[in-house]
Design a protein. Structure first.
Lengths: 108, 200
C-alpha cells in the first residue's frame, strides 16, 4: 500500500452507513427493552443521514440538496422520538413493563 | 475544508471506528444507561463526520437536536421506566438472534455490493465549503419552503401528541364528595385541598 494516504472515497462513507444501518436493524429486531428499540431506530436514521450527506458532498457539491434533506430528517426524527417515548410511557403505565414480548395485546 | 488529506483520512478512520463500536455497544450492552450514553457518543461522532464533509451547519444541528434533545429525552425515559425486572425466557431466542443476524449480514453484503459496484458520478462539482450555510438558507426559503412550513406543523403536532399521550390520565374523583376533581388543582396543591375537604 502506498505510504501517502489518499483522500477518503465515497464508498467508505457508504460502507460505514451500511454498518450502522445493519447494526440498527439487528438491534430493532432483537431488543427486549422498548427504549433500546427506539435507540436502534435513531441509529438507522443516522445511517441514512450519513448517506445523504456523503452524496451531497461528493456528487452534488454546489446545490447541496442532501444537506437540506438531512435537516428535514433530523426534524422528523426529533418528532418521532418525542411521540415514541410518550407512547412508551403510556404503555409502561398500563402494562407495568417495558418488555417487548409482553406488548402482545393485538397479536393473533 | 482545508485539512490535509492524510489528516482527513485519519480523522475519518477514528470517527468511523467510534461510530461502529458505539453502535454495537448501544445494541449489545446489557445496561441500558450505558447504551444511552454511548448513543450520545455515536451522535457526536456522526457530527464529526459531517464536519469532515464540509457541513458545519448540519453538524451543529446534529449536536443540538440529537445530543441535546433526543438523547436527553431518551435518558429521561430510561429514568422514568427503569424498573429492574427479570425477563421471562423465550423458547428459541438464540435461534431467532442467529436468523436475524444472518438476515442483517445479507443486507450488509447487499449494500456493500451496491456501494462498490455502482459507478458513482464522482468527482462531482467542487464542494461549497463555508458557503454551505448560506446555500441551505436559500434552499429553505425558496424551493423547499413548503416542506419547511410543514415541518413546523409536524413539530407542533408532535408536541401536542406527546403531551396528550404522556399525560397521567386519571379521572380523579374527590375523596369526600365523589365529584370529578380538576387534575391541575390536584397536582398543584394535593394535600391542602384534601385536608380542607376532610376537615369539614
Amino acid at each position: 500500500m502506498n505510504l501517502e494516504l489518499t483522500t477518503v472515497p465515497l464508498q467508505a462513507y457508504l460502507a460505514l452507513a451500511a454498518t450502522l444501518f445493519c447494526t440498527g436493524v439487528w438491534g430493532l429486531i432483537n431488543s427486549r427493552n422498548a427504549v433500546r428499540v427506539l435507540m436502534s431506530i435513531e441509529l438507522m436514521l443516522n445511517a441514512v443521514n450519513i448517506n445523504l450527506m456523503a452524496f451531497s458532498s461528493y456528487v452534488d457539491g454546489q446545490l447541496i440538496r442532501g444537506q437540506v434533506f438531512t435537516i428535514f430528517v433530523i426534524t422528523v426524527a426529533a418528532a418521532e422520538a418525542a411521540v415514541g417515548l410518550a407512547i412508551l410511557l403510556s404503555l409502561y403505565r398500563n402494562r407495568e413493563t417495558v418488555d417487548m414480548e409482553r406488548f402482545n395485546l393485538l397479536r393473533w | 475544508m482545508t485539512i490535509a488529506s492524510s489528516t482527513q483520512f485519519i480523522c475519518f478512520v477514528a470517527l468511523s471506528a467510534a461510530v461502529a463500536i458505539g453502535a454495537l455497544g448501544v445494541v449489545l450492552l446489557p445496561n441500558i444507561v450505558y447504551s444511552a450514553f454511548l448513543l450520545g457518543g455515536v451522535f457526536l461522532s456522526v457530527a464529526g463526520l459531517y464536519l469532515l464533509l464540509n457541513a458545519s451547519f448540519v453538524a451543529a444541528a446534529q449536536v443540538l437536536v440529537y445530543v441535546g434533545a433526543v438523547n436527553v429525552l431518551i435518558l429521561f425515559a430510561i429514568m422514568l421506566v427503569n424498573k429492574k425486572e427479570n425477563l421471562a425466557a423465550i423458547p428459541g431466542l438464540a435461534l431467532r438472534r442467529l436468523l436475524s443476524g444472518a438476515v442483517c449480514a445479507g443486507l450488509f453484503a447487499l449494500l456493500l455490493r451496491v456501494a462498490f459496484s455502482t459507478p458513482w458520478a464522482t468527482p462531482g462539482p467542487e464542494p461549497l465549503g463555508e458557503e454551505a450555510t448560506i446555500r441551505i438558507g436559500e434552499h429553505l426559503f425558496s424551493d423547499y419552503l413548503l416542506p419547511f412550513e410543514l415541518a413546523s406543523v409536524l413539530l407542533l403536532m408532535a408536541m401536542i401528541g406527546a403531551i396528550v399521550l404522556a399525560r397521567r390520565d386519571v379521572f380523579a374523583a374527590d375523596i369526600v364528595t365523589g365529584e370529578p376533581a380538576d387534575q391541575g388543582l390536584i397536582e398543584k396543591s394535593r394535600t391542602p385541598l384534601l385536608l380542607e375537604k376532610s376537615n369539614r
